[in-house]
Design a binder for this molecule. Structure first.
Ligand code: DMJ
Length: 578
């Protein structure tokens, strides 16, 4: 009797096993290709097969030919007296401390938030903020490489090439953030490591982001809505942050150079041509308003102008685009020179400080119908990038005045860090603008009568007291150091790093803090947030400023706005494409 029952049971087991195997075979995703040892997965939707509703009749090609011999950006370190053994040891120990901070952040990301966009550095969870495509992982690939964490790099790169851009809980993606973090991260990881699978993953993403330009006037929207794009119903926005819709230039140019496909360059060239055409039609000729109507391309109505939040990388990319195109596209020099003339005339100001420091900030301007341009003497952490930009522009286009401005902006941000008891600059605040750039005596009585006395002397009001692990201040110090070779910038950077570390460190990693005006580093309120730019930008700049200057040599690489290095054409000697 027992045997009789056993036979059907065996049969059932076999059938069940076959079913399970069948399900496994059908549903478990398999590596489709093996590129350089990576188990590469192609995304489940292929945007290169997407049918464009607004195709371009004639593509603008990448500038081709021998790149110009551009002025050197980096100081000639070889001509300096060699640093002493003690100095080299000191720099090495600082590098190690920065790397330790990175490793701590990375290990916690790996343990608690692997493949999520971000780690929550207090509660130790994963959180998705940018499509769920592992933003911290992709953004950190090149830092892993640069810090010589090569095993970690291979592990992370192997995971990055399995990302599926069609798998997201969101119905759209932020075009700018996805471009600078994901596309920029993959391209630089490829430029450094030459791992083919990384380029392949970047191309898939580039094809998706390229679809964002498929609008009536070929201008991109702020969000790429996947369904709208597939239905051919996408339109550009009427009030978009200017940086977001105009700064994909470096990433798309590098992608075009690496693939030989002009379409990527054509997409961003059209946006740059619009900027070129409208540069003198705005209420502050030379600059563009903080928000743009990308639908009718009429920029003459808006009245607000800034180099800070919402607008920053629009300007940052002009000298960088000139560099990455090997100086073969003169439009970028004109865009840079004319916009910076307006910045110098209307936005730059010297603040009144107790020690009468000769420093500069980039404020913002409102153009009123009665009074014309009115300066708002605010300081923004985001505006601190301008030191690096003026430095790069000053060198590339041989404008000595811009180099002086670069130094004063970088020192201004360092001043704002040092002014607060915990040694960190807040996100945004207002200052007093001096009427005279040459001399600016401190007026204690005026400050006592008008300033917020809870703040350090020289500060008028607090706008946003938080610090969210942003990089712009160390970014400018890093550029100044590489440009001048002056070790003073390394000392300023070290002070900054120690302050940030003390005030933001958690058991797991480092966290944004809500208020930098507290008396002691131990009293900071941690906001449980660690954006991917902490490991992509902030720690990379800290690491590089203490490293030998040939590590990410700025005469060979140009860094995108998320600090991802792309090879400059001078490295190839001529434009050839893989
Ligand atoms: C980064 O994502 C980029 O630097 C961007 O251009 C501006 N904001 C953050 C860092 O603060």
């Amino acid at each position: 009797m027992a045997g009789l029952f056993r036979r059907p049971t065996r049969l059932l087991t076999v059938v069940a096993l076959i079913t399970v195997l069948y399900i496994l075979v059908i549903f478990i995703p398999k590596p489709r290709e093996d590129l350089y040892g990576f188990q590469y997965f192609r995304s489940s939707y292929d945007w290169s097969n997407y049918t464009e509703r607004n195709p371009v009749a004639k593509l603008t090609p990448l500038p081709r030919g021998s790149p110009k011999k551009l002025p050197k950006f980096q100081h000639n370190f070889a001509s300096d007296k060699a640093p002493s053994r003690e100095r080299l040891d000191l720099l090495e120990s600082r590098r190690t401390e920065v790397r330790d901070a990175f490793v701590k952040s990375w290990n916690s990301y790996k343990k608690h938030a692997w493949m999520y966009d971000e780690l929550t550095p207090v509660s130790g969870r994963g959180k998705d903020t940018f499509g769920g495509w592992a933003a911290t992982l992709v953004d950190s690939l090149d830092t892993l490489w640069i810090m010589e964490l090569r095993d970690e790099f291979r592990h992370a790169a192997a995971a990055a090439v399995t990302l599926d851009w069609a798998k997201t809980r969101d119905s759209s993606c932020n075009v700018f953030e996805t471009t600078i973090r994901h596309l920029g991260g993959l391209l630089s990881a490829y430029d450094l490591s030459k791992e083919a699978a990384l380029l392949q993953k970047a191309i898939e993403l580039g094809d998706m982001l390229y679809a964002a330009f498929d609008t009536d006037n070929r201008m991109p929207p702020f969000y790429l809505d996947f369904d709208l794009a597939k239905e051919g119903a996408m339109a550009p926005g009427v009030h978009d942050p200017s940086a977001a819709v105009t700064s994909s230039g470096l990433e798309f140019t590098r992608l075009a150079q690496l693939t030989g496909q002009d379409k990527y360059y054509d997409a961003i060239d059209r946006v740059a041509r619009v900027l070129d055409k409208t540069q003198n039609t705005t209420r502050l000729p030379g600059m563009w308003p903080t928000f743009l109507n990308m639908r009718n391309l009429d920029f003459s109505g808006q009245r607000g102008f800034t180099l800070g939040a919402m607008a920053d990388s629009l300007y940052e990319y002009f000298p960088k685009m000139y560099a990455i195109t090997g100086g073969l596209e003169p439009m970028y020099e004109k865009l840079y020179r004319d916009s910076m003339d307006a910045v110098i005339k209307h936005l730059l100001f010297r603040p009144m400080t107790p020690d009468e420091d000769d420093i500069l900030f980039t404020g913002s301007v409102y153009v009123s119908s009665q009074n014309g341009p009115e300066l708002d003497a605010e300081g923004q952490h985001l505006g601190c990038f301008a030191g690096g930009m003026f430095g790069l522009g000053g060198k590339l286009f041989n404008i000595p005045e811009h180099l002086k401005i670069a130094e004063k902006i970088a020192r201004g941000c360092a001043w704002a860090y040092n002014a607060f008891p915990i040694g960190i600059m807040p996100e945004a605040f207002s200052l007093y603008s001096c009427t005279n750039m040459e001399s600016c005596p401190w007026d204690e009585v005026y400050w006592q009568g008008t300033g917020d006395k809870r703040l350090p002397k020289g500060f008028k009001n607090m706008i946003e007291p938080k610090y969210i692990l942003r990089p712009e201040a160390i970014e400018s110090l890093f550029f100044m150091y590489r440009m001048t070779g002056n070790p003073e910038y390394q000392e300023m950077a070290w002070g900054m790093f120690q302050s940030i570390k003390k005030a933001t460190e958690t058991r797991l990693a480092f966290s944004a803090i809500s208020d930098v005006t507290v008396a002691k580093a131990g009293q900071t309120d941690k906001q449980d947030s660690m954006e991917s730019f902490w490991t992509s930008e902030t720690l990379k700049y800290f690491y590089l400023i203490f490293s030998p200057p040939d590590l990410v040599d700025l005469d060979k690489y140009v860094l995108n706005t998320e600090a991802h290095p792309f090879l400059r054409p001078v490295e190839h000697g001529f434009f050839t494409y893989t």
